[in-house]
Design a protein around this ligand. Structure first.
Ligand SMILES: Cc1cc2nc3c(=O)[nH]c(=O)nc-3n(C[C@H](O)[C@H](O)[C@H](O)COP(=O)(O)OP(=O)(O)OC[C@H]3O[C@@H](n4cnc5c(N)ncnc54)[C@H](O)[C@@H]3O)c2cc1C
Length: 308
């Protein structure tokens, strides 16, 4: 067995990548199949994911649009009760940020709405494969001359005033933590998550070193009786898990796995939600293993966005 410390990584590299590359990199964490990433693998991966209905992968990339339109058009949009979208009305239109999934579902539920149609025309014009099966530019309504839609770059979002920046800037973070911490993280409902799947990962495989990786518990110092007891429990668990795998599937064998199992999880949300998560998860009342990882993350976020 392996024992590692918890860690986090802000996904800056994926912010510089295409939407499809971002979706693939996050999606493959579930299967720990990052070794299958090639220069051309992103689009087929995303297509397959969409067909299989592994929809949360499609939440892992957002697009921001600047839309000029009449007030009536904006009211029509609100009347559709679009979900999981951030909208800031302005003098001559609005600024909107949503995930690929949110845009797909907004169109599916409101195919006759001109404004939504025109937003999808812009998005699907750039990356048609992300909207396959939902939106076909060739069969869509023609754009309305009184609506103007423009895709806003991440660099532009980064230079917006704080009240817009904090709502429209989405930040992805990969945490490597124990299973108890991931159980708590996934309670934050406005966020999107993807995590290493104990159903699909078979830790007896070579790529996992034929062993289970555990997170070092911050409660026990190495060399103490408590640490030895914990280590013994993990060794016993690993032995039983590997034995179960000889005759059963990972999803069956995982039933013996404990909270200390290392788990990779990507959490993606806007800065307003990160602020909320950090307030709850760094307080004295929070679970110590959670604070162990959230306090350094909060320091990094504060360094990047002091006004937050
Ligand atoms: C110290 C501590 C102890 C805890 N103990 C327990 C426990 O013993 N058992 C347990 O089950 N959980 C426990 N929790 C989890 C806690 O109850 C929340 O589920 C978790 O912290 C998510 O936070 P949240 O609900 O404020 O916000 P999030 O889910 O992050 O949501 C952010 C915001 O979205 C809005 N929102 C989202 N969904 C809704 C909704 N359906 N209705 C209204 N507003 C919504 C709210 O404005 C909210 O502030 C604990 C959390 C902490 C920090």
């Amino acid at each position: 067995m392996r024992i590692v410390d918890p860690s986090f990584e802000i996904q800056d590299d994926l912010d510089r990548s295409s939407l499809a590359v971002r979706l693939e990199a996050c999606g493959r964490i579930c299967y720990k199949s990052e070794d299958k990433i090639t220069e051309d693998s992103a689009v087929p991966f995303v297509r397959k994911i969409a067909v299989h209905g592994h929809n949360s992968v499609l939440e892992m990339a957002v697009a921001t649009l600047e839309v000029s339109c009449s007030q009536e058009r904006l009211f029509e949009l609100y009347a559709c009760q679009p979900k999981y979208l951030i909208i800031n009305p302005g003098a001559s239109g609005f600024l909107l940020t949503g995930s690929i999934r949110a845009f797909r579902e907004m169109y599916s539920q409101n195919p006759g709405n001109q404004l939504i149609n025109d937003m999808l025309l812009v998005l699907a014009g750039r990356t048609p494969y992300l909207f396959e099966g939902v939106f076909d530019s060739g069969r869509a309504m023609p754009p309305d001359a009184e609506i103007a839609v423009r895709k806003v770059s991440l660099a532009e979002v980064e230079s917006m005033p704080p009240e817009l920046l904090f709502r429209h800037r989405y930040l992805g973070v990969k945490f490597i933590v124990n299973r108890a911490v991931t159980h708590e993280l996934v309670r934050h409902r406005p966020c999107s998550f993807l995590q290493e799947s104990q159903r699909y990962c078979r830790y007896s495989q070579d790529k996992f070193g034929n062993q289970i990786t555990f997170i070092k518990p911050m409660f026990y110092e190495k060399g103490t009786v408590e640490y030895s007891l914990w280590q013994q429990a993990m060794e016993d668990t690993e032995r039983l898990y590997l034995q179960l795998l000889e005759t059963s599937t990972p999803q069956a064998a995982r039933t013996v796995l404990p909270n200390s199992c290392k788990t990779e999880i990507v959490m993606y949300c806007n800065l307003v939600e990160w602020k909320h998560v950090i307030a709850l998860r760094t307080s004295q009342a929070a679970e110590p293993s959670m604070r162990e990882i959230m306090i350094p993350f909060a320091s990094e976020l504060k360094r990047r966005y002091p006004l937050l």
